[in-house]
Each structure stands twice: as structure tokens, then as C-alpha cells.
Ligand binder design. Structure first.
Ligand SMILES: Cc1cc2nc3c(=O)[nH]c(=O)nc-3n(C[C@H](O)[C@H](O)[C@H](O)COP(=O)(O)OP(=O)(O)OC[C@H]3O[C@@H](n4cnc5c(N)ncnc54)[C@H](O)[C@@H]3O)c2cc1C
Ligand code: HEM
Ligand SMILES: Cc1cc2nc3c(=O)[nH]c(=O)nc-3n(C[C@H](O)[C@H](O)[C@H](O)COP(=O)(O)O)c2cc1C
Length: 1062
């Protein structure tokens, strides 16, 4: 008995066409594989297509005796330009055989080897360009690799110079080809009636124009060669002057032109995409980049790479293979059954009729855990080394297609990529403009990374720090988006050079670094500021170096990852001799095992490699109230030591380093800051989920175009302060809410300087208004008052700092609001405030529900102010900002991947146990929604147990009357609630911990069945849950607490993931 092939629901006449994302069809194909499994079918306007993605099935349909390439879909449309050229010919077309036999030898390894110097000529043009543009230039690598790939094919195969590096924009030919390929893809998915409308809209005219231009160029190349023959025996020469050994026929002029265009089409996007993906994977995996660089340096030293070197660069080859495994740039190919047959997959046999089109989804094939293991999603070139690649079964790695219709340009592409990438890595340090960038894809006939920008800094050269913002969201906030990520970093002016380096994801360490840089002038220093990564290999020695850095799950922040990896692997024990340094760590003690891990590591390794510590490492704990105070103490100590060590002195003038000049008192309405569209999501729905108690909301957002998210990821939001609080500040300083000002700053600052900006925009978007005052702030306030009474009050606050300020979260603003006698300039006030931080929210939906939308589940923080000093309640910035959004509002956001472990298990039949309370349900809802979609589509899904804590079924049992109820009914999830204020309705359990105790047997059974475990919520909830699980082990195994904890850590390794909210 054969199994039915699943199919998504259809729409009359057009079938499943709408199931496919117009911009990136690959996303849809991958999501459908996740929903329906290794095989499914689609009705594309009446034509049935089967898609396969597991190794077993791909291996079956790669049997050339039973399956054969058939040109369909988008590729069929490409024939409008290249007819029966090699790539697009149907198997029965004679011209394919003639061209294939003539050109195979011309693309062989030896022939390609002879093209080495021509390739180098083109590759050098790229190197020269990057060198000339310098380390601050923002490079679109995809653009430049496209130039390389196009020019290399044209020059090597037809001795024609396209000269793409001589134009600022992409050459016309490349633009037209991109447009042509994009439109070819769209045409394949448009019903005829819609196509007719497209014609009316002028699409057809443009399409034909593109074809005419490209054909014109190919014809011109052919005729020019015929009239001006050259001596070179290149591909064009072979096509013009040789005859097919089998038939004795030569190629027609039309066929030659079509094949010239075919090389350009088939060879440029595939290779340029491969190089761009390679840059992405290497920059996201600093350890692999370092290994590769070490091998290149060892083999090449300072000399140019030669063909003979390739064999000595096995790690480069492994990186290239691994890149094409994870990102096959030609992601889908089509084949056709020659007869009625059956194919066997993981679940059984499927029947195919003669002539059935089968599409191979190479991206999923290359991630089949059966072949590539459970870490198939990871970039790990090592898997390709030491026989790993050679040991894989046939057809497991198919980026170049297979069999007789496999890629003819493989050797060409391989040599080109090896040459270009070895040369680049030998000469440049590459870095991401946005270190938190995660892969997005652009698709035409091929795929390539979208929105990836890099900087290339020549390895030989002095220190060049770059102060790119911790989050791209912060750069996007600035009016001049070309300025995004740059860089008021270098010192200018007098004084001893001082270097401030930061590693920061959400902006705290960056703000502290900025504070030090800002104050440096007053202490006789001349500060430069930059990310740790920008100091890689070049830690300055001509002045003190101050490092402020965070840790994330024990790993460095995104903009410090490459630096930390470099530091850990230093070979030379004296590398940092002469460096004088100080470290302040931003951390959170909730991460018990890895608290301050990265700052500690930097501090120790700097000393180990010869650096001289100026002051003891400072340590701030974001989980406790004295975070900012700890920084101020560190800073005060630091300046004291620096003044002594460098014989500088503090300037007596206490002039603020930040000045605010009012340019318009408020008569002209300020223009709103332009926002970077790439980061703007659109709110679709915002509704309250709770009936009583603290409000929780469900917010649905349409993602910015091209952005994708997985269940379990976060979204980072750049919020704005509540208008209410902005108004209070303006009123206190007696300024209009329409006042326009120009800020100027002596030192580096994250505030928008040198241009007119509305003061309310600054107060709303750029600074945190509610951080507790530090003792340094209190000192400044004390100096600014003329009232003895206020001075005494402030002294009192200083004396009882912990209870009076920290515990009550008493902010500078709350103090000055109630003390009008404190005469503070708005400039000094702004200078005291930390920059606005991004807030993170777990995504509470799954892309299988809607790949273009996400939802978040937000607890709105509104409570009487702990300080008791104002009559109005305290409003949390991020949560109230989100609460105030309505449908249609745009919101600055970026999707951030969560730790690898915090995603639903790849295999949907793995049981899952989830523990959470309140809005901690957010990621769990996404997990359940994902399983619900899989179950609905006929897949077998494992048991899901949800332990959920809240007040009562009436007040805040989130989603219990909507989705959750439905998923319970469908048998997707079994919910075990614990109601703190109605425990009689949750079998006597008040908290999740109690419910765990009660249902211990079910948890144990799930564990034995291989379940994955997840906890989400506040640090306290997470601690309580872990304690309850340890207690379970104690009781069951009859061991003491210590042994039970050890057991817990051991048996949950890789199976228990926690997400903490504070
Ligand atoms: C990885 C991650 C995922 C997260 N996911 C979610 C999620 O899915 N849903 C969700 O709701 N949250 C989530 N959070 C928490 C979220 O990021 C914010 O921390 C939360 O919304 C509070 O931010 P806020 O800007 O509203 O408050 P803030 O303006 O940042 O104020 C919070 C600060 O004010 C203090 N404070 C609290 N009450 C008072 C008071 N009465 N008076 C004075 N001060 C007070 C707190 O101690 C805290 O320091 C997540 C956090 C992380 C790190
Ligand atoms: C990393 C780079 C490359 C990748 C990943 C790649 C991938 C592929 C794939 C998957 C196919 C099979 C398509 C199918 O079955 O429909 C193919 C065919 C082809 N490729 Fe490539 N390619 C690359 C580079 C090149 C280059 C540089 C050239 C030319 C200079 C080229 C020319 C061709 C041609 C002509 C065919 C058609 C072969 C035939 O059907 O006879 N490719 N390529
Ligand atoms: C997901 C996540 C993981 C974290 N992991 C750690 C950790 O392992 N060790 C630590 O000390 N702090 C950890 N923290 C706390 C941050 O380091 C701390 O909030 C720091 O102030 C952030 O600095 P930044 O704003 O400069 O990025 C973590 C925070 C988050 C959100």
C-alpha cells in the first residue's frame, strides 16, 4: 500500500499558488516541509508538483534511469532569453548534446586552471576597490561579488571585459539580468488572466526590453569576435570553430549567443551568492574564521595565492563545502518520472505517475538529520574534513545538481571562489556593519543573503576603532540613515590618548563606554571609542584602554565575539605587553554559572598576555538595584588612578560637556525623524488578554519585509518613553513640547548632535528617564542647589543610598521634579541619563501559523511608584509603549535568534514539557501553535505538557478561552494550571512548583519518553521551578539536595532550556 502525498488546502482555479511567498518561495517550501514532512504536493494553476526534501526521497529521484531533468516553472520562462542553451534545454533537444560535448572539456579542471591569471585580474579589482574605500566604507558584498562573478565569466570564457568595477551602481547588464530572472520567476506563478494584467502594467514591455538588451550584447560579442578573431582558445573560440565529435555539427550563431548568456546567468548569481553566504557564516562564527585565516596565513604568508596552494588549504575547502550545504545558492531543481513508479521515504512508499514533476528542495536535503546529524543547522566545516565529506552517501550533497545535467561550471566556480576568498581573507579584516544581523534571503532563480553589509579593514595598518551602535535599531533611529553605524569614534583634540572599547547587545555597556569617553576631556584625556571587535589584533598601547563588556549565556556580545575569540586563542604570551587596561563588566547574577564570564575572561587574559591592570575589575549586576552605582564607583576610582598614572589633572571648570542650544522655542513643528523602513513592523492587532489584575496584552505585528522568525526567537523593540513623562520633564525645565534644539558635545555621544532636533523627540526616544540616581548624580544635584534644606535632603539620600534610592528606584528626575531649587541645565540633565535601551519580547507565535506575522504576549508594567514620591504610577517604558500601539502603527523592531536550545525540537514527535507563569507563556504558545499546525496537516506529533501559573481562571488564564482551549480540544496540549488565588480550581496547587510536585509521575514518564523541557518567565519563577524538579529527583531517588542537583544538571544536559525575562 502506498501512502497518500499530503497537500495544503487549495483555492479554486489557482490551487496552491497563494501558499508560496512571492518574494522568497524557498521560505514557503521549507515551512511546508516542516508542516507536512518529507514529501508534499502542490497544485500550481492545475499543474501538480511534488516536492521532496529528505535524503531517502532525493536519492530515489536522483536515479537517472528513472528520473530526468525537465525544464518547468521559472526556468521555462528563462528560455525566453536563452532558448535551448545548456541550462534550459529539454532532454530531447539536440542542441543540448552538441553544446554539452563541445563545452565539457572546455570547463574541465585543466582548462579552468589555465584561466587562473584572468580570474586574478578580476579578483584584484575587488581587492583594490576595498583598499581604496578604506575601513569605514559600508560594503554590499553581494554587489561586489556579483561584479567579480560576471566579469570573470565574461573575461575568461569570451575575453570580453564587462568592467563592472568601473561603475558605482551595478552595471546595466547585471540589473537587467536580475530583473529578468525575477520576472521570469513571477510569470511562472501567475495565472494567464493575471499575466494579462501584468502586461497592461508594462511588465511585459520591460521584460522584452531586458531580453533585447541582453541578447544585443551577446550578439555583439559574437559578431565582434567573428570580425576580429583573436588567438586565444577560449570558450567562445571553441563554440565558433569546433565541431561536435559525435554528429560533426557546429553550433549555430544563435545557439552560441544563447550559451554565452547561459554562462552569465548560471554562473554569476550562484558564485556571488556563495561568496556572500560564506562571508556571513564566517563572520557569525569567529572561531571558524580564525582557523581559516591561520591556515591561509601559514600557507601564503604575504605572497599571492597560486593554483598549487589550493590543495594545501583543506579548511578553506571544508568551509566552501559547508557553505554550500547550508546555503545551496541554486536551492531547487526539477526532475520528472520517466515511468509510473514508487519512491520510498522515511514513512513508507509513495506512488508517482509517469511525467510527474518532482522538485528537490536542496536546503532541507542538506539538513536531513539522518545524514548530517542533529546539529545539521550549525555551520561546522569540520564535518567535511578527514573523510567526513567523502564518507557521505551519494546524493547527500547536491549544490551542483547531479548526473548528466549537473553543473558544467563547477570547477570554474570552485577555483574562482577559492582564489577570491583566500585573497580577501589574507588582506582584510571583515566585520558586519550590524553585528546582530541574522540571515535574510533574497531569491530570484538563485538565493543570496539580503541586507548584509560589511566593512573591510586592511590587516596592515594602524588602530582604527569603530563605534557602531550595539543595536541596529539605535542606528535606524537617526535621521541620516547613511550615517547608520558610524562613528564619532576617533579622538580629536589634545591630551593623553584614551581608548574605550565596548561589547554590548542592548546598549548598557555602550552607554557606560560613552560616558567615560565623554568625561575624558575634563580629566585631560583625549578619548576614542569603539567596539571590542574593531580593536581585534590591534589593542592600542599608547594610552590606557578601558573595556566595558557584557556576557550572554556566557558568550560575548555580538560586537565583541571576534575579539574575544582572538583573545582566547592568542599564541604569543607577550602580545599585550605595553597595554595598560581596566575592565568593567555588565552582567546579571541570575546567570549563576556564567555571571561576568566575559569581563572576567578579558581581565584575566589581558594580564596573562602581558597587559598591566590599572584598577581592579568593576562588576555591575543588572539584576540588583546598584548597577549604575557600581559603575559610578568604578569610574571614580578609574579617573583617580589615571590622573596619577598619567600625571593629568581634572579641569576646574565644571562646564557641561554636552550643550543644548535652543533654535526654535516651539513655534515650528519639528519634523518627525525618518525611520529606516527595513526595521519597521506594522501592528495588526493589540488586545487585552486579562480581565483582572496586571494587564497582559496580545499584540500581532506584520514583520518588516523579508524578515523571518522561528518559534522561540525574540523580538527586540526600541521603545519610547511615555508622553506623560516627557511632558513632566519639559514642564520642569519650563520648555515647550515643540522646542527645537541643537546639541553639541565635546566627547562621543549617542545623542543626535549638530542638527536641529525636537527636544521631545530626544526625551522620548534617546534616554532612559527612570534609572535610579547614582551617588555621582546626587553629588551633581547637591552642587546645583542653593537650598540648604535640599542639600541636607540629598546628603540623607547619599547616606542611606541603598534603601532610599536604589530600593525605591528614585530617579534624578523624581528628585528634581520635587525640588525646584535645584538649578540644573537641560544639557547636564541629559548628560546624566543613560541612553535608551532596547527591550526584548519572546515571540509567541509560529511561522507555520503565519510566516509574515508574529505575536508577542506582554505584561504591562504599571504600578504605584516604589519611591512614593509622585502621585502618578510608574510606567515601564517598553511594555507601555507596546500597550499604546494600535493597528496600523509602525514599530522599530529586529528579530533576534534565541539560544539554539530554545526552539521546538526538530522532530515533531519528540514529547515536550513546558513550565511557565504569566507572560512566560509567550514562547510556549508559539511551540504549541507549531505542533497544532503540524498535527492538522497529518503529521504525528508528540505529547505536550504545559505547566502554567497565574492568578485565577477568571482573571488572567491567558488564551484559555481562545487558542489554548482549541489546542486542548484537538489533543495537541495537556494544560496543568496552578492558580495562586483559586488553587481549589487547580487541584490544590497554588504555584507551578506545587503542580510539578503533584504531577511528578507524568513529568517522569515524559522524561523517559525522551521529552525536551522548557522553562520561561522571571528569574524567581525559573529558580522555583528548578528547585521543584530537583526536589522531585531527591524524593524519587532518595538522595540529598546536592546529589539531586548534580543529577539534574547531568540528565537534563541538552534537554532543558530556560528563558529568563529579567
Ligand atoms: C529574553 C527576554 C524575553 C522577554 N520576553 C518577554 C515577554 O514575552 N513578555 C513580557 O511581558 N516581557 C518579556 N521580557 C521582559 C521585557 O523585556 C521587559 O523587561 C519588561 O517588559 C519590562 O520592561 P519595561 O520597559 O516595560 O519596564 P522598564 O521601564 O524597563 O522598567 C523596569 C524596571 O523598573 C523597575 N520597577 C518595577 N516596578 C516599579 C515600580 N513600581 N516603581 C519603580 N520602578 C519599578 C524594575 O525593577 C525594573 O528595573 C523579556 C525579557 C528578556 C530578557
Ligand atoms: C557556486 C556556484 C554554482 C552553483 C551552486 C551551481 C549550481 C548548478 C546546479 C544546481 C545546476 C543544475 C540545475 C538543474 O538541474 O536544473 C547547474 C547547472 C549548470 N551550471 Fe552551474 N552552478 C554554479 C556555477 C556555475 C558557473 C560558474 C557556470 C558557468 C560558468 C555554471 C554553468 C552551469 C550550466 C551551463 C548548467 C547547465 C548544465 C546542463 O544542464 O547541462 N554554473 N549549476
Ligand atoms: C539572554 C540573556 C543572557 C544573559 N547571559 C548572561 C550571562 O551569561 N552572564 C552574565 O553575567 N549576564 C548575562 N546576561 C545579562 C547581561 O549581560 C546584562 O543585562 C548586561 O547589562 C547587558 O549589557 P548590554 O546592554 O551592554 O548588552 C544575559 C542577559 C540576557 C538577556
Amino acid at each position: 500500500m502506498t501512502l497518500p502525498i499530503p497537500q495544503p488546502p487549495t483555492i479554486p482555479f489557482i490551487g496552491n499558488v497563494t501558499s508560496i511567498d512571492r518574494e522568497v518561495p524557498l521560505y514557503s517550501f521549507r515551512l511546508m516541509a516542516k508542516t507536512y514532512g518529507e514529501i508534499y504536493q502542490l497544485n500550481m494553476l492545475g499543474r501538480f508538483v511534488v516536492i521532496v526534501s529528505s535524503y531517502d526521497l532525493v536519492n530515489e529521484v536522483s536515479d537517472e534511469t528513472r528520473f530526468q531533468k525537465r525544464v518547468t516553472g521559472g526556468l521555462l520562462q528563462v528560455r525566453n532569453l536563452v532558448g535551448d542553451g545548456l541550462f534550459t534545454a529539454q532532454p530531447e533537444e539536440e542542441n543540448w548534446g552538441i553544446a554539452h560535448r563541445l563545452l565539457m572539456p572546455a570547463f574541465g579542471t585543466l582548462a579552468v586552471k589555465n584561466m587562473m591569471e584572468e580570474m586574478r585580474d578580476i579578483s584584484n579589482q575587488l581587492l583594490l576597490k576595498w583598499e581604496r574605500f578604506g575601513p569605514d566604507a559600508i560594503i554590499d558584498p553581494s554587489d561586489d561579488f556579483t561584479r567579480v562573478a560576471l566579469d570573470a565569466i565574461a573575461y575568461c570564457s569570451m575575453s570580453y571585459r564587462l568592467n563592472s568595477f568601473y561603475t558605482d551602481t551595478q552595471p546595466e547588464f547585471a540589473i537587467r539580468m536580475g530583473d529578468f530572472l525575477g520576472e521570469s520567476g513571477h510569470r511562472a506563478n501567475r495565472p494567464q488572466i493575471v499575466q494579462a494584467v501584468a502586461n497592461i502594467r508594462g511588465k511585459q514591455v520591460k521584460y522584452e526590453e531586458d531580453i533585447r538588451m541582453m541578447r544585443g550584447l551577446a550578439d555583439q560579442i559574437v559578431s565582434s569576435r567573428k570580425t576580429h578573431p583573436i588567438k586565444k582558445h577560449d570558450l567562445l573560440d571553441i563554440m565558433l570553430n569546433s565541431t561536435d565529435p559525435k554528429t560533426g555539427q557546429s553550433m549555430s550563431e544563435e545557439s552560441i549567443a544563447q550559451n554565452l548568456l547561459t554562462f552569465l546567468i548560471a554562473g554569476h548569481e550562484t558564485s556571488s551568492g556563495m561568496m556572500t553566504f560564506m562571508v556571513y557564516f564566517l563572520l557569525k562564527n569567529p572561531e571558524k574564521l580564525r582557523k581559516l585565516r591561520a591556515q591561509i596565513d601559514e600557507v601564503l604568508g604575504d605572497r599571492e595565492v597560486q593554483y598549487e596552494d589550493f590543495a594545501k588549504l583543506p579548511y578553506l575547502i571544508a568551509v566552501m563545502r559547508e557553505t554550500l550545504r547550508l546555503a545551496a545558492t541554486a536551492p531547487m531543481r526539477a526532475t520528472t518520472a520517466l515511468e509510473d513508479c514508487t519512491i520510498r521515504g522515511n514513512r513508507g512508499e509513495y506512488a508517482l505517475k509517469k511525467g510527474q514533476s518532482v522538485v528537490i528542495n536542496t536546503w532541507d536535503l542538506h539538513r536531513d538529520p539522518k545524514i548530517w546529524g542533529e546539529d545539521a543547522d550549525e555551520f561546522r566545516p569540520e564535518r567535511m574534513l578527514d573523510g567526513g565529506f567523502e564518507g557521505k552517501p551519494n546524493n547527500a550533497w547536491q549544490p551542483f545538481g547531479f548526473g548528466v545535467r549537473g553543473c558544467i561550471g563547477r570547477a570554474f566556480a570552485w577555483q574562482e571562489v577559492t582564489l577570491v576568498m583566500a585573497s580577501i581573507l589574507q588582506k582584510f579584516d571583515l566585520s558586519l556593519v550590524d553585528p546582530s544581523y541574522t540571515l535574510q534571503i533574497k531569491q530570484t532563480l538563485t538565493v543570496k543573503p539580503k541586507g548584509l553589509y560589511i566593512r573591510a579593514s586592511p590587516r596592515k595598518g594602524g588602530v582604527h576603532l569603530q563605534a557602531t551602535p550595539a543595536s541596529a535599531l539605535m542606528a535606524g533611529r537617526d535621521e541620516d540613515s547613511a550615517d547608520a553605524g558610524v562613528v564619532r569614534s576617533q579622538a580629536h583634540g589634545e591630551g593623553v590618548p584614551l581608548y574605550v572599547l565596548y561589547g554590548s547587545n542592548t546598549g548598557t555597556s555602550e552607554a557606560f563606554a560613552q560616558r567615560i569617553a565623554n568625561e575624558a576631556g575634563a580629566y585631560g584625556f583625549n578619548a576614542s571609542i569603539g567596539t571590542l571587535d574593531s580593536a581585534l589584533g590591534k589593542v592600542p598601547k599608547d594610552g590606557p584602554v578601558v573595556i566595558i563588556t557584557a556576557s550572554y549565556e556566557g558568550e560575548p556580545a555580538d560586537n565583541a565575539a571576534r575579539f574575544v575569540d582572538w583573545l582566547i586563542h592568542l599564541q604569543n604570551n607577550n602580545e599585550l605587553t605595553g597595554v595598560r587596561y581596566a575592565v568593567f563588566g555588565c552582567g546579571n547574577s541570575d546567570w549563576t554559572a556564567t555571571f561576568q564570564k566575559i569581563p572576567t575572561l578579558c581581565d584575566e587574559l589581558f594580564a596573562k598576555y602581558g597587559g598591566k591592570r590599572l584598577v581592579e575589575r568593576g562588576s555591575g549586576d543588572a539584576g540588583s538595584g546598584d548597577f549604575f552605582q557600581k559603575f559610578d564607583e568604578f569610574e571614580a576610582g578609574l579617573w583617580g588612578v589615571l590622573e596619577k598614572e598619567y600625571s593629568t589633572s581634572r579641569s576646574e571648570s565644571i562646564a557641561p560637556t554636552l550643550e543644548v542650544k535652543t533654535v526654535d522655542g516651539g513655534k515650528e513643528r519639528a519634523k518627525a525623524l525618518r525611520q529606516d523602513d527595513a526595521l519597521l513592523g506594522r501592528v495588526v492587532e493589540n488586545r487585552v488578554l486579562t480581565k483582572e489584575g496586571p494587564v497582559k496584552r496580545h499584540i500581532e505585528v506584520e514583520l518588516p519585509e523579508g524578515v523571518t522568525a522561528k518559534a522561540g526567537d525574540y523580538v527586540a523593540i526600541l521603545p519610547q518613553n511615555p508622553i506623560r513623562d516627557v511632558r513632566r520633564v519639559l514642564a520642569r525645565f519650563n520648555m515647550s513640547n515643540e522646542a527645537e534644539v541643537i546639541l553639541s558635545s565635546v566627547g562621543p555621544t549617542s545623542l543626535p548632535v549638530g542638527k536641529p532636533v525636537s527636544l521631545s523627540v530626544i526625551l522620548q526616544g534617546y534616554v532612559e528617564l527612570s534609572q535610579p540616581a547614582t551617588t555621582k548624580d546626587l553629588g551633581m544635584l547637591s552642587q546645583a542647589t542653593s537650598s540648604d534644606n535640599t542639600r541636607a535632603y540629598i546628603e540623607e539620600l547619599k547616606k542611606n543610598y541603598n534603601e532610599a534610592v536604589q530600593a525605591k528606584r528614585l530617579s534624578v528626575f523624581q528628585i528634581i521634579e520635587n525640588r525646584p531649587d535645584i538649578d540644573l541645565s537641560i544639557g547636564t540633565f541629559l548628560q546624566m541619563l543613560p541612553s535608551m535601551r532596547v527591550r526584548q519580547y519572546s515571540i509567541s507565535s509560529s511561522p507555520l501559523w503565519n510566516p509574515a506575522h508574529i505575536t508577542v504576549t506582554v505584561s504591562v508594567l504599571e504600578a504605584p511608584a516604589l519611591s512614593g514620591s509622585t502621585s502618578v504610577p510608574f510606567l515601564g517604558v517598553g511594555s507601555n509603549y507596546l500597550a499604546g500601539l494600535t493597528a496600523g502603527d509602525r514599530v522599530q523592531m529586529a528579530v533576534r535568534p534565541s539560544a539554539a536550545a530554545f526552539h521546538p525540537p526538530e522532530n515533531p514527535s519528540t514529547p515536550v514539557v513546558m513550565f511557565c507563569a504569566g507572560s512566560g507563556i509567550a514562547p510556549m504558545r508559539g511551540f504549541i501553535q507549531e505542533r497544532a499546525a503540524q498535527k492538522k496537516s497529518g503529521r504525528e506529533v508528540g505529547e505536550m505538557l504545559l505547566f502554567f501559573g497565574c492568578r485565577s481562571p477568571k482573571a488572567d488564564y491567558l488564551y484559555s478561552d481562545t487558542d489554548l482551549a482549541e489546542w486542548v480540544r484537538e489533543g495537541v496540549v495537556d494544560v496543568r494550571p496552578a492558580f495562586s488565588r483559586a488553587s481549589e480550581e487547580s487541584e490544590g496547587c497554588r504555584y507551578v512548583q506545587h503542580r510539578i510536585q503533584k504531577d511528578a509521575a507524568d513529568i517522569r514518564a515524559a522524561y523517559i519518553n525522551g521529552a525536551s523541557f522548557f522553562t520561561c518567565g522571571s528569574a524567581n519563577v525559573a529558580k522555583g521551578i528548578k528547585a521543584a524538579l530537583v526536589d522531585m529527583i531527591m524524593k524519587h531517588e532518595k538522595v540529598d539536595a546536592e546529589e539531586a542537583t548534580m543529577k539534574f544538571e547531568k540528565i537534563t544536559k541538552g534537554r532543558y532550556a530556560t528563558d529568563i525575562f529579567d
